[in-house]
Design a protein around this ligand. Structure first.
Ligand SMILES: *[C@@H]1O[C@H](CO)[C@@H](O)[C@H](O)[C@H]1NC(C)=O
Length: 289
């Protein structure tokens, strides 16, 4: 009886992972294995949770710490991993920041979005204008967007070149996450915008997730990261992100990190960076082949 029970558990575990991995094709031919860019030695980065690539400044990445951290964005040199500056965001708390993304600002230039979107977060997205000069300073929030939904949490904020926003839900091991559009009409409104019509993604994880994601700067390629995998969709012209992401993704090269959450495309789309939580973690780059 004990043996049968153990076998059943083992088989159901296999079934759970096979349900996700069954049709997923590993696309080793698209991107190279990881290359270590440098070690993020700054003691200010101990729980890197989100990553975004500056559009204003070449070879500059933004990161931040997970919930309970300071309301700071840490600016990194993308070719060395060294800290260049720290921005403190005025008047807000890091209740549970989980991801960063870039959008065009409404007037001109580029804006960084900070997602206070985790289970302890305030369901708020903050928009910050990228400054012209990189230095340690305090920056104002340009606008906020509050949302409400029937989901627990997200760690993945995705944005396209037109500033459309999507959140992927974080779900328990073996469950399938959903992607929701975040209506832009919510910017600057005191009332939360309601998120509805989430679309289920055909992926699961052996741990709760997904933990991060990013849309390529040209808007055509989507990454979603779980503890053990990086999933990839290519969107056809005229198709929607929701419809693209309901299809079976490919699985890209990814070597599991101790506590890897953060992922972003390079600004040219020639590869993607990953960074794990923890002190003195390597910044990795997976180059397009
Ligand atoms: C990054 O570091 C390299 C090597 O020290 C340096 O040449 C480059 O100017 C730095 N980039 C930025 C954006 O500071």
């Amino acid at each position: 009886m004990m043996v049968q029970w153990g076998l059943f558990v083992c088989l159901s575990a296999v079934c759970i992972s096979a349900a996700a991995a069954g049709k997923v094709v590993t696309a080793d031919s698209l991107f190279a294995p990881r290359r270590e860019v440098g070690i993020v030695t700054s003691s200010q980065v101990d729980e890197a949770s989100g990553l975004a690539a500056s559009r204003r400044h070449p070879n500059v990445l933004y990161t931040h710490n997970d919930h309970g951290g300071k309301p700071d964005v840490i600016v990194l040199n993308a070719t060395t991993g060294k800290r260049l500056a720290t921005w403190t965001i005025r008047g807000v708390q890091n209740e549970d920041w989980e991801d960063l993304a870039m959008v065009p600002c409404p007037d001109n230039g580029w804006c960084l979005l900070i997602g206070d979107i985790g289970d302890q977060g305030t369901n708020t997205i903050y928009r910050i204008k990228e400054p012209d000069v990189i230095r340690t300073e305090t920056l104002n929030v340009d606008a906020s967007l509050k949302y409400s939904w029937n989901e627990d949490e997200s760690e993945s904020l995705l944005t396209d070149p037109q500033g459309e926003m999507y959140l992927v839900t974080k779900v328990d091991a073996g469950q399938r996450p959903k992607v929701y559009n975040v209506p832009k009409i919510g910017w600057g409104s005191p009332n939360p915008v309601r998120l509805s019509n989430g679309v289920t993604l055909p992926i699961t994880s052996v741990k709760n997730g997904p933990l991060g994601g990013d849309i390529s700067p040209d808007g055509s390629e989507i990454l979603v990261k779980t503890r053990e995998a990086v999933y990839y969709w290519r969107k056809q012209d005229g198709d929607t992100y929701e419809n693209t992401m309901r299809q079976t993704p490919q699985s890209l090269p990814y070597t599991r990190e101790p506590q890897g959450e953060a992922i972003c495309w390079s600004p040219s789309g020639n590869g993607y960076y990953t960074l794990s939580e923890g002190l003195d973690q390597p910044l990795y780059f997976y180059a397009r082949l």
